[in-house]
Design a protein around this ligand. Structure first.
Ligand SMILES: [Zn+2]
Length: 336
């Protein structure tokens, strides 16, 4: 039996509520009291599958949903569309997830909690529908260009990413995300639309959704060189939980470069300084998808300096201390 808390109930609709028009994320709970699956019939199938509001502090997917409600309330959809609206309780208060909740984009693998069972129900329904494609919309907490993430190197997945932006990331870790689950049975992309409030990110995500709704089929060959610059992730950078840290000069044990966030998607050379430390601890660690410690392959600790030992491209560097503690400082990548 499902646990009886409100957030684990999955509501179902077959229309876009009129109350979405003009709404703001803070009013989401009044429109969708629970995670909701909206099934909309279009002029043809199979459906495009759209995932929204997995992270409550990321507003772009909400504004895309609102724009779709404005446009298609009394106009036929060119293709059927199924929309999952995820963490409505967290969105109502503008946080990634509430303290009593898991991260809604880390529950799409095996697990027995009510949250896992809720998304397993969503996945099983999607698998049965054989979606045309899956798009999951997110924002970054740090300053990043727009990019799409794929979990399979099939032509359709790569085209989907290239339709959104010319930068792409291939990753297999974390393995419990929505797009990894959906990539098992349809082309899937996660689009990172800059920071919340980035209007160009909303426009670009909406454009991707509309172009995919109108697409007959994905090309069978991979996108031409130049259409998509693809990177693969090598590991994530974690800060020792025992260690206090700051950006720019301070008395903290670990002082990260003040301009670190500006290095997202820059191809950095070996020897580039990332931080200085006051003690002797290994304050910055690099961990791969199997939880192996790869720190020595990426960082050298010489005196106070922490420098790169090889060329690398960072992404998703954030200055937000909560996200650094809950998730990581950033990911390290190389061109694929
Ligand atoms: Zn997110």
């Amino acid at each position: 039996m499902r646990e009886a808390t409100v957030s684990q109930i999955l509501d179902r609709l077959d229309y876009l509520p009129a109350s979405l028009c003009g709404a703001e994320p803070s009013g989401l709970l009044g429109i969708f009291p629970n995670p909701t699956l909206i099934t909309l019939a279009g002029e043809r199938g199979p459906p495009l599958w759209l995932t929204t509001v997995l992270h409550g502090n990321e507003t772009t997917s909400f504004y895309v949903l609102r724009a779709l409600a404005d446009k298609y309330r009394d106009r036929p959809l060119p293709r059927s569309l199924t929309i999952f609206v995820g963490n409505v309780r967290a969105a109502a208060v503008g946080v990634r997830h509430l303290p009593d909740q898991p991260d809604f984009n880390r529950i799409w693998g095996e697990g027995g909690s009510g949250y896992h069972r809720l998304v397993q129900e969503v996945v099983e329904e999607a698998r049965a529908q054989c979606p045309f494609a899956s798009i999951d919309i997110h924002n970054n907490s740090g300053n990043n260009p727009h990019y799409g993430c794929v979990n399979a190197l099939r032509p359709a997945d790569l085209h989907l990413a290239a339709m959104f932006a010319s930068l792409g990331v291939y990753y297999r870790n974390p393995s419990t995300t929505q797009s990894i689950a959906f990539s098992q049975f349809c082309p899937a992309v996660t689009v990172e639309c800059g920071q919340s409030g980035d209007l160009a990110g909303v426009e670009r995500a909406l454009d991707l959704v509309e172009r995919t709704l109108n697409l007959d089929a994905f090309p069978e060959a991979v996108p031409p060189a130049g259409a998509l610059r693809l990177y693969r992730t090598l590991g994530s950078v974690r800060i020792d939980p025992e260690c206090d840290f700051a950006f720019g000069g301070s008395e903290a044990e670990l002082n990260l470069r003040a301009d670190l966030e500006a290095l997202n998607f820059s191809e950095l050379e070996s020897g580039t300084c990332w931080a200085t430390r006051r003690g002797s601890q290994i304050a910055l660690k690099v961990i791969d998808e199997h939880d192996h410690d790869l720190t020595a392959q990426f960082f050298s600790y010489v005196g106070e300096d922490i420098r790169l030992t090889r060329p690398v491209t960072p992404a998703m560097i954030t200055h937000d201390p909560d996200i650094i503690r809950q998730d990581c400082l950033c990911y390290l990548m190389e061109p694929l």
